[in-house]
Design a protein around this ligand. Structure first.
Ligand SMILES: C[S@@+](CC[C@H](N)C(=O)[O-])C[C@H]1O[C@@H](n2cnc3c(N)ncnc32)[C@H](O)[C@@H]1O
Length: 236
């Protein structure tokens, strides 16, 4: 009898404590929601999209992570009713940087597991829940090889000859996949189209774009407000 009363009391206390924590956590989440960095990032992406909005072609992202930008770009294509012609294509291993990338970019080792848990299944589910699964396409594997196989395997709408893009968003943080991706997709970029990098802390993808610009004698530009895109080029 006493035992049952004690159990009941413990359960009541557990419930109360859970509710309290919920309130506290929700409060913390509310405080964090749309903080300065998040808001400025959204503003930057919206502005970037605005610059290419009226061009034909798809949006390519190199380095999808958990699909944050897939949701942003996919939604922007949908909101502007371009989604039957313009799609989003995201390239990633969906299992972290490759061993080659860790070797080539030692700074990536500092936070080695950060991008480890974004499987293709997880990202696809996330995209489906947002109703963007007809807009967002994903290509899994090392960018060093997947871009070629993507073009070789697509014989109709997205074939090598008919694939054009208006925006190439580079967010691999690693040099070689960024450089290969920029080189391979540059030919597919329509005039006026943009290649932009995401990198806040300069490293792999910054170097890749800088080297590409040197080789092609292209002027590098930079965003003009707080937390705007650090570097981009516009194709002539
Ligand atoms: C900084 S995260 C991308 C973040 C994402 N764009 C976002 O908006 O949240 C970098 C991503 O690049 C991917 N990546 C890096 N090197 C790669 C490679 N060689 N091939 C394919 N994906 C690669 C990683 O798996 C990781 O998910």
């Amino acid at each position: 009898m006493i035992f049952n009363k004690i159990i009941k009391k413990i359960r009541e206390l557990q419930k109360k404590s859970k509710n309290n924590n919920q309130v506290i956590n929700d409060g913390l989440l509310q405080d964090k929601y749309l903080n300065e960095l998040e808001l400025s990032y959204l503003y930057s992406i919206f502005n970037l999209f605005q610059k290419v909005k009226n061009l034909p072609g798809h949006i390519v992202e190199l380095g999808v992570g958990g699909g944050r930008n897939s949701i942003l770009f996919g939604s922007l294509l949908k909101f502007t009713s371009q989604h039957s012609n313009s799609k989003y294509f995201g390239f990633d291993t969906f299992g972290n940087y490759t061993e080659k990338d860790f070797l080539e970019n030692p700074t990536l080792n500092k936070n080695k597991l950060k991008w480890n848990n974004n499987s293709l299944e997880f990202v696809k589910n996330r995209i489906k829940k947002k109703g963007l699964d007809k807009i967002c396409n994903f290509v899994e594997g090392d960018i060093r090889t997947t871009i070629d196989s993507f073009f070789n395997n697509n014989h109709s709408r997205f074939s090598k000859d008919s694939f054009h893009c208006k925006l190439i968003y580079v967010d691999t943080s690693a040099y070689t996949p960024a450089k290969i991706g920029i080189e391979k997709f540059y030919d597919k970029l329509v005039p006026g189209g943009i290649i932009s990098i995401d990198q806040r802390k300069q490293g792999g993808e910054t170097n890749a774009l800088v080297d590409f610009c040197k080789e092609k004698s292209i002027n590098l530009q930079t965003g003009d407000f707080f937390n705007d895109i650090p570097a981009y080029i516009i194709k002539k």
